[in-house]
Design a protein around this ligand. Structure first.
Ligand code: SF4
Ligand code: FE
Length: 482
């Protein structure tokens, strides 16, 4: 059965033997940990929506390997239509979870590798693509979540990998054996790491000849010996430990990031997809990054939630009809739909690569992600403007329910007659969660730095625009003959 139910996904995670540390302690039970669980719930939604008839077209696809129906997150894009559906899937899931649902990194790694392994083979007569397709079939048949691990810690940014004082600051091969390789290093900020069955490692920058030991790509099961996960903190993360649901804003879903340490991890040859072909490292980085920049369709969906919350709080406050409030909400929608234009456009302008995989338009994917580094901040600013200061000064759920002071909280935070105070506080907490709480990691900081920081996209935009052609037409129109 190539598609898992959400329950089967959760059960499959229970079987993993992950080494996870959080707050200095090793976790005995990752799946039920209250801080991690909301992130698992968000990934589980990628399974449950794929079961639904309503979303079948968006959430599922037909495997080009087996012809079976599979979850789109394990699919290799076979057409422009597939790319467009991928963007729609991102918005859909963002709008249902209100957070980062983590599974795109693996999908983007699989698609980038489907192209790069093919191209390496064409040049060097290697067998990476054959290995990769066998691995892909395993991922599709078992409906797995893959962590697409690209970002190395990078140490001193002015030095290349081999010149770092500590050579492990970029992940590298430390031993070559007959049956495989041994790797050491780490991947930082790994989205959804402990909710994944597999980790797919890729280089983080273009490598030169001297850095060929760092030009490697491979996949390992997430509980492979030698791998340790150290969970990242999120703003307001300990609110997830609270019994009540109000102050958590979004008490069902969330995201997570972790540092993954590879301490002499063995990788068999059949799972190695690039080995010292440094001249293809840049291509793999660029293709993964461009696919992942497209994936930031997710933020449009999260934006939908934030706009919905903002309109609601405006109504609860009795301010929805004020012309400046209406105008601000129009502005939020215009910004959010502009983001949608970008992720649909880079998909619609996609093209077929020699491997058969469809690849996004790189320039438009980079422009889209560059917009994502800005517009959600503006949308968040407008949401906070309309929500008012009470978003951060509101007393706790316990105070609202207190036999002593609850009556005062209810009395003095009451607004429109028909609106229960609890509803008002709930929606304010959701805006707080999205713009400065744990979900702001996903909606704001991830928008800034995920899939590469803003400057990475600007470099690509500068490289990809055809400036000569623009000048040529301008000069022609102006009547300049050189
Ligand atoms: Fe997917 Fe968006 Fe999360 Fe990246 S930030 S993993 S694109 S949901
Ligand atoms: Fe990301």
């Amino acid at each position: 059965m190539p598609m898992k139910t959400p329950q089967e996904y959760i059960d499959s995670l229970r079987k993993l033997n992950l080494v996870v540390y959080m707050f200095g302690k090793k976790l005995d039970n990752v799946v039920d940990d209250p801080i991690i669980r909301p992130s698992l719930n968000a990934v589980a939604m990628t399974y449950s929506l794929a079961m639904s008839k309503k979303y079948e077209d968006i959430m599922t696809a037909t495997s080009h390997l087996t012809g079976k129906k599979i979850n789109r997150f394990t699919h290799i894009h076979q057409s422009v239509d597939d790319l467009v559906r991928k963007s729609k899937m991102g918005r859909l899931l963002g709008s249902i979870t209100g957070c980062c649902f983590q599974r795109c990194v693996g999908m983007d790694a699989l698609n980038a590798l489907s192209i790069t392994t093919y191209d390496i083979d064409a040049k060097y007569k290697t067998e990476y693509n054959k290995r990769f397709l066998k691995y892909l079939e395993y991922v599709q048949e078992n409906d797995l979540v893959c962590d697409g691990a690209m970002t190395d810690p990078k140490g001193d940014r002015s030095l290349p990998p081999h010149q770092q004082e500590d050579p492990d600051l970029f992940l590298r091969v430390v031993e070559e054996r007959k049956d495989g390789i041994v790797v050491r290093g780490a991947k930082a900020h790994q989205t959804g790491a402990v909710n994944s069955h597999e980790v797919i490692v890729m280089p983080t920058i273009t490598m030169r000849e001297e850095d060929r030991d760092y030009a490697i790509s491979f996949a390992v099961p997430s509980d492979t010996k030698g791998i340790t996960y150290i969970m990242g903190r999120q703003s307001c993360d300990t609110r997830k430990l609270e019994k009540g649901t109000i102050d958590r804003g979004n008490f069902v879903f969330g995201g997570h990031e972790a540092l993954i340490v590879f301490d002499n991890v063995f990788v068999p040859w059949e799972r190695v997809f690039m080995f010292r072909e440094h001249d293809f490292s840049g291509q793999l980085v660029e293709q993964f990054a461009s696919y992942h920049r497209q994936s930031y369709a997710c933020k449009v969906g999260v934006g939908d939630v934030l706009i919905g919350a903002t309109q609601t709080v405006a109504e609860y406050n009795g301010a929805a009809k004020a012309s400046h409030v209406r105008d601000k909400i129009i502005e939020m929608n215009q910004l959010n739909e502009t983001l949608y234009c970008g992720c649909i456009a880079c998909a619609s302008e996609g093209r077929r690569e020699p491997s058969g995989t469809y690849y996004v338009d790189t320039l438009l994917a980079n422009v889209h992600k560059q917009n994502v580094t800005r517009f959600p901040y503006e949308i968040a600013r407008l949401a906070q403007d309309i929500a008012g200061g009470i978003m951060v000064t509101c007393p706790s759920e316990d105070d609202l329910k207190s036999p002593e002071v609850g009556k005062w909280v209810s009395k003095y935070f009451h607004t429109v007659k028909s609106v229960p105070v609890e509803h008002r506080i709930r929606i304010l907490r959701l805006i707080e969660n999205l713009t400065m709480g744990s979900a702001a990691v996903g909606y704001l900081t991830e928008s800034m730095h995920g899939a590469g920081s803003p400057q990475a996209q600007r470099i690509m935009i500068a490289r990809l625009v055809d400036m000569k052609e623009k000048q040529k037409t301008a000069k022609k129109i102006a009547g300049i003959v050189e």
